[in-house]
Design a protein around this ligand. Structure first.
Ligand code: CO8
Length: 294
């Protein structure tokens, strides 16, 4: 049996719960879990290997997230790691050690991060414990990041004689700036959650036991919003992150215009004028993605 398989738990590499179930923050077995309409929970499931991202896991993750994205019943996706020790401690070093420049040139595993980053549905990383290397890059590929106070981030690749290969020099630099990224990438040092918050990496910093509940609450709040507007907002904010200002402004304007005439735009404005709560459709309809927007 290959070494990597030996470290896998029996069962699926990636677990999916749809709709997600929100358990009480204390996790009391007496409290019945609440089903969260529109929210899916995706769990990286190699806890014995600190959820290290093997190629097989990355591809399965991409498939699962894309399938959820294609499902109109799914309006927000939370990605987390099994267990309490790690979101993901990086790409699987045992597997990486056997690679060559040539084998990596055709490795579909690289697409794992990009395919997660490209789905139209908003994604939220719920991070406990280690988010290192490819694990930190996966959290960064999500739209929002809810971190436990026991979370630790880092790009330790330099300690392996390599550099980040899945966004850790690019998305991280855009998120926290050049000087801080240089520090993290060149020293490989670990960043505790409180510092990650100061750097601007996080959406929420929460007590460890509340991490998943907080991420699911955030996802449920997003899932309750008008879906065409949610998808347009996600695409527009990503454009700010990914491209030049001029292009981003055009993307924003196109998406803004495209929302006019949608049922939710008409309902939202009518409800405001009639001084009542809006009744949103629950599925995205037809807002076209602008050219080049993911
Ligand atoms: N890969 C494989 N196995 C891992 C990984 C990993 N990244 N991290 C932990 N494990 C395994 C350990 O080997 C160990 O397994 P076993 O019990 O079978 O010996 C188990 O998980 C528990 O780990 P430790 O005993 O090491 O636990 P500690 O609490 O002592 O340490 C750490 C935890 C600090 C997280 C430590 O495990 C560690 O440093 N891990 C490696 C972190 C790292 O270097 N990550 C970067 C990897 S490179 C990368 O991510 C590149 C991404 C882009 C590549 C794109 C390719 C397609």
């Amino acid at each position: 049996m290959p070494e990597q398989e030996a470290r896998d738990e029996p069962g699926d590499l990636v677990l999916v719960e749809q709709p997600a179930r929100r358990r009480g923050a204390g996790g009391s077995p007496l409290e019945p879990p609440e089903l969260l309409d529109g929210v899916a929970l995706v769990t990286l499931n190699r806890p014995r290997a600190l959820n290290a991202l093997s190629f097989a896991l990355l591809l399965r993750l991409a498939e699962v997230v894309e399938a959820l994205d294609a499902d109109p019943a799914c309006r927000a996706i939370v990605i987390t790691g099994a267990g309490t020790r790690a979101f993901a401690a990086g790409a699987d070093v045992a597997e990486l050690a056997g690679q060559t420049a040539e084998s990596l040139a055709s490795a579909p595993a690289f697409q794992g991060w990009d395919r997660v980053a490209a789905v139209a549905t908003p994604t939220i990383a719920a991070v406990r414990g280690y988010a290192l290397g490819g694990g930190a890059e996966l959290a960064l590929a999500c739209d929002m990041l809810v971190a436990a106070d026991d979370a630790t981030f880092g790009q330790p690749e330099i300690n392996l004689g390599i550099i980040p290969g899945a966004g850790g020099t690019q998305r991280l630099a855009r998120a926290v700036g050049k000087a801080r990224t240089m520090d993290l990438v060149l020293t490989g040092r670990r960043v505790p959650a409180a510092e990650a918050e100061r750097l601007g990496l996080l959406t929420r910093l929460v007590p460890a036991g509340e991490t998943l509940a907080a991420a699911l609450d955030l996802a449920a709040a997003v899932a309750a919003q008008p879906q065409d507007a949610v998808r347009a907002a996600v695409a527009a904010v990503r454009a700010a992150f990914e491209g030049p200002l001029e292009e981003g402004l055009l993307v924003e304007r196109d998406l803004f215009r495209a929302l006019f005439g949608t049922p939710d735009q008409e309902e939202g404005m009518r409800a405001f004028l009639e001084r009542r709560e809006p009744r949103w459709r629950t599925a995205p309809s037809s807002v076209p993605a602008p050219d080049g927007a993911s």
